[in-house]
Design a protein around this ligand. Structure first.
Ligand code: 5AD
Ligand code: SF4
Length: 433
């Protein structure tokens, strides 16, 4: 019987996609994937340390594996991702039952190690990583993630990513084209282009190709119906990108554009490189050029030095802009980042209150926006049966809102027109027209 692997993934889409690559490598090496961790011969934990909570969860998970390893000494345990990159050898000392440690730039090492090595570690920066083409075992059959760049050069004061994922490197356009073409041939209908800061794509390429150009090139690929991308940085959102989004029909009417805070003082402390005024201007341009575009964002509350007045600016920004959805976080101190050294850290209770307040505000706004869609007919790309409500099929609008409806299994992978009947807090219910 072939050996099995199980991957547990924490964190962002980049990590989810990295796990697809890890799964690709293990599958090529003859391993089968299993949902049940107890059946696995190899367990990979793909870690995230963007906030402390994710980090703590990983440590408690890893602690639980100790007993499993005692019972089954042949079990291989690998720690991947951002904690692996940042803690390195220290993990071997604290958790001697870990076999492999590798960072996001060294996923391919697993291939050499898996059948031959007892213990191994790889954390070195890999300036050529963006030229690799790793096998990918994808989770779905309709939508696919495609990495277009790795790393981040922005050094926002709170963020650990530039330290764990290294410098920004863009993949050559022809490699991305080939991957997306291959996906189209396999029947995928939608691609999401991935990077920490996609709209600075191309900065360090020899080719004369920027992010809007890349969109145009990929737009030509027959079979791909929808193109999305995450994440965009407001400071790099050019007029050219807005124009291309407007003019290329496959590029969906949605942008995730993290604002982080509404106060100019806090934005400066965060090293974000824009003011609220600049941000608002970009939003106005986007809305003017692309009517109906959905805009979502990330917000941090309780950044060091954030006063009540600063926080009110964030509340005001959320009201003024009216996002379609937000991810909101309490500031979490990350060792090694600039923000740690800033004065006037905000106490936990104040952070919690601020978070509760903006989440409640956003619930209202999101619901109001969803309500506005009732009666409209929208195009939905059907992804399959709904996991939470298996009687219905599920998919997303071009604006990335979830729609559930009664339909057929055969609708999977198709674009169908759905009339929205009822808005809910986190999804829409509709009927086929
Ligand atoms: N504390 C809280 N939130 C953070 N993020 C990044 N670093 C931190 C931190 N130290 C949030 C930002 C970013 C999202 C991916 O995670 O809002 O956009
Ligand atoms: Fe972190 Fe800022 Fe880079 Fe995003 S842009 S990954 S928040 S440093």
């Amino acid at each position: 019987m072939s050996k099995r692997f199980h991957i547990r993934t924490f964190g962002c889409q980049m990590n989810v996609h990295d796990s697809e690559k890890i799964a690709g490598i293990l599958s090529e090496s003859g391993y089968m994937e299993t949902d049940n961790i107890r059946d696995a011969d190899v367990i990979v934990i793909n870690t995230c340390n963007i906030r402390q909570k994710a980090e703590q969860k990983f440590y408690s998970d890893l602690g639980r594996l100790k007993r499993m390893k005692q019972h089954r000494p042949d079990l291989r345990i690998a720690v991947a991702g951002c904690i692996a990159q940042q803690k390195g050898e220290e993990l071997f000392k604290r958790f001697p039952y870990v076999d492999y440690i590798f960072g996001p730039d060294n996923i391919d090492k697993l291939r050499e190690w898996i059948d031959t090595r007892a213990q191994a570690i790889a954390l070195e920066e890999n300036p050529e990583y963006h030229l690799n083409e790793l096998p990918v075992k994808r989770v779905g059959q309709v939508k696919a993630w495609v990495s277009i760049m790795y790393g981040c050069d922005n050094f926002c004061a709170y963020c650990v990513v530039p330290y764990t994922r290294g410098r920004e490197r863009s993949r050559p356009g022809r490699d991305i084209y080939r991957e997306v073409k291959g996906l189209a041939e396999k029947g995928y209908r939608e691609v999401t282009l991935l990077g920490q800061n996609v709209n600075s794509y191309g900065k360090n390429l020899n080719e004369n190709l920027d992010f809007p150009d890349l969109l145009k090139v990929l737009h030509e690929i027959e079979g791909i119906e929808r193109i999305r991308f995450v994440t965009s940085h407001p400071k790099d959102l050019s007029d050219k990108l807005i124009e291309y989004m407007r003019d290329l029909p496959k590029v969906c009417e949605h942008i995730h554009l993290p604002i982080q805070a509404g106060s100019d003082r806090v934005l400066r402390l965060m090293n974000r490189g824009y003011t609220y005024g600049h941000y608002k201007e970009k939003v106005d341009k986007l809305r003017k050029a692309i009517p109906g575009i959905a805009i979502t964002t990330d917000v941090i509350v309780g950044f060091p030095g954030e006063t009540e007045e600063d926080f009110r600016c964030t509340v005001k920004a959320l009201k003024e802009i009216g996002f379609d959805g937000i991810f909101a976080f309490k500031y979490s101190e990350r060792p090694g980042t600039k923000a740690v050294e800033l004065p006037d850290h905000v106490d936990e209770e104040t952070k919690s209150q601020r978070l509760t307040e903006i989440l409640a505000l956003q619930e209202e706004i999101t619901y109001r926006k969803n309500k506005g869609l009732e009666g409209e007919v929208v195009e939905v790309l059907v992804e399959g049966r709904s996991e939470t409500d298996p009687e219905k099929m599920t998919g997303r609008t071009r604006t990335n809102k979830i729609v559930n409806f009664y339909g057929d299994e055969e609708d999977t992978g198709r674009l169908v027109d759905i009339k929205i009947i009822e808005a809910k807090q986190h999804s829409l219910y509709g009927e086929k027209v």
